[in-house]
Design a protein around this ligand. Sequence first.
Ligand code: SF4
Length: 371
Amino acid sequence: MKVTFPHMGNTYIPAKMMLDEFGVDYVIPPYNNKESLEIGTKYAPESACLPLKINVGNFIHAYEKGADTVIITGGRGPCRFGYYAELHREILKDAGYDMDIISLELPDQGIRELLKRIKKLSGTLNVFKIVKIMAMITKIAKMVDELEALTFWVRPREIEKGAVDKIYKVFQRKVIQAKGYSEIKKLILETRRSLLAVEQNEDYKPLRVGIVGEIYTTIDPFANMNIASTLGNMGVEVNRYVTVSGWIIEHMIKNALHLPRDLSYAQAAKPYLGAMIGGHAQETVGNTVQYAQDGFDGIIQIYPLTCMPEIVAENILPKIGNDYNIPILTLIIDEMTGEAGYLTRVEAFVDLLNRRRERVEGGEDLLLFGN
Ligand code: SF4
């Protein structure tokens, strides 16, 4: 068995660490790129979500390098995510790629079925070993998220422009070679030290922008056209509550073990959206309220075209924008999205936020200025 998995931002790091620790042979698909999307677009139904199309491209790339088994999450859920495992299976079969799919989501049959799948993947049912590796996964996922958050902080403040991007690129190159928990942890700590050593303008007060939306397009730099790095290089500090570790801990582990989840976003969303409607719509609404309450300068929502939960959220966001007097930009991505137009909208939004700040500093009433 040679395993592969889809890319979604930095999820490949805890995923490869898990397979290293279980001693499973694997192939990491090339980082998401235009070709992965083109392949996915060729085989997936036209109306399928963009993440599904990129996933298909990942699997076919990995198949060409010898992978025969795919591990994914996503076997449940009110939106199309609930059908992902089956859809992937059918699309690959129809396209002539004979690959087995193992979903690591808690299935309707319960924890026993999940353990059966873990055994199929890892060859062990040693509970001690499984728990130990789960703890390593969450630790590495958290460390990677903290590292990324550090880049969000340092990038707008760096004196030598491009210093953070340079360090992060080296990290991405080396992490592919690093094997297992200890080597990956060591590399993360080294990279953290390098980022902290970047000379910063301590007096600079950047605009702060919260990123909300569908998880794949907010987390994956190819899908969102490097929004975090683009904004950071414009001198904007970004923040994103939805993270890889949050997904693993809150969604996968706590769901599987029926542990209470952190639902502060649902509480914040309640006056606007009181129910879970699939995807991350409730997080989008709740996080938007939380960013507004925390005094952020603006919010950017990102989602793939035809994403039903985010379409609902998008229709709620203007009300939050008015209630809290905070500008919100929505960016919708599909395979036809052009980088130039996308960038122009982001630049115009940052200009708007800068002008608002100047007016506030000049003593003007923002309510008169509007969004
Ligand atoms: S959240 Fe949106 S993009 Fe993700 S599976 Fe559901 S509909 Fe598709």
